[in-house]
Design a protein around this ligand. Sequence first.
Ligand code: GKR
Ligand code: MG
Length: 429
Amino acid sequence: MNLTITDVRLTPILVADPPLLNTQGVHQPYTPRLIVEVVTADGITGVGETYGDAKYLELARPFAERLKGRQVSDLNGLFTVADQVAVDASRVENAVDVGGLRGVQTADKLRLSVLSGFEVACLDALGKALGLPVHALLGGKVRDAVEYSAYLFYKWAGHPEGVPAEKDDWGAALDPAGVVEQARRFTERYGFTSFKLKGGVFPPDEEIAAIKALAEAFPGHPLRLDPNGAWSVETSVKVARELGGVLEYLEDPALGTPAMAEVARRTGVPLATNMCVTTFAEIKEAFTRGAVQVVLSDHHYWGGLRNTQQLAAVCRTFGVGVSMHSNTHLGISLAAMTHVAATVPNLHHACDSHYPWQSEDVLTERLAFEGGRVAVSDAPGLGVELDHERLAALHQRWLDDDGTLRDRDDAAAMRVADPEWVTPAMPRW
Ligand code: GKR
Ligand code: MG
């Protein structure tokens, strides 16, 4: 068996995304992703996926060059390669990613997000070479299926008039009734039993009303609200008091560890985050101050599947919960999330996934949610197969773009409908 990497292919794509609203603006009609293929001397190909904006591509190219000649089994070596790849300082100085939705941007985080795409591709190739599923390479699954929550968004019926976009059949959701209707569709289509609402879009009272409407429509089901840090401490405390009885947790009500610690001190509602704890370096302060009760991993910016397991171990040590949030992603990343989630013993909350919002994929067969769960594949590698024609078509869309969509910018997408729109200063309420 020859596990030497002989070729690495990087394919940036643009994938259709509905007009989902968040505190920064609205999702673009097409969003960038990067598909990674790692080929071994034996002709085995492993696939990975990560963010596809220009700053990730700039790093992925030299990273890919350095991988040739290395072994797909040398997963620790990926961190050495990451350290060797220079990050352009202008990409990270005072930068926040997608307006801050993924926390503060640092050179390390950028490197780790790129590394994760290669780590998943190497694990896929290694699994295929050994005839083992990725979860076995990670120590073995402790569950046969991974539970996901419905990820509800306030949403327009369609992208603004005249903007090239794919149509979707979800309809609009701009008030409590629309949110409940969207939740019903999620349960009918995918069997989800827990719900996360992306907030920070409307004044808090309207979002409180939406959660109360969900609680009435789905009594006893776990509910979360995530305004991406759009509220002040006072507002967060008020929302926590109003919704205390019905929320499983409140996700990033306020921005930053000190504000989250203050909210945690003044309320009994558990707080979750994918914004104030996004790196290992941020854990100590957040945990010692009791700022968060659940950390939501994004295996992309945490640096892959093995780092996600390490994060889970640290959380377990401190009695902090762990789960996963997501950004717009395709089936390769859902498969990767499912494999690692299957190995985490202390996973006590359903993970969330954007996948149902993606009508397009680069796989020959989409992953399925049944009863809100994704079955953990026992096939070699990730258990997914790349559809090269679809990949080429989505890459062609990226090639044809004049550059406006190649970097995700929710505020710019909002300005198409509302030319006066500027990214709101935080806290917004
Ligand atoms: O895609 O609008 C979005 C989300 O707000 C995403 O960017 C967040 O990173 O889903 C994420 C979250 O849980 O905060
Ligand atoms: Mg979040």
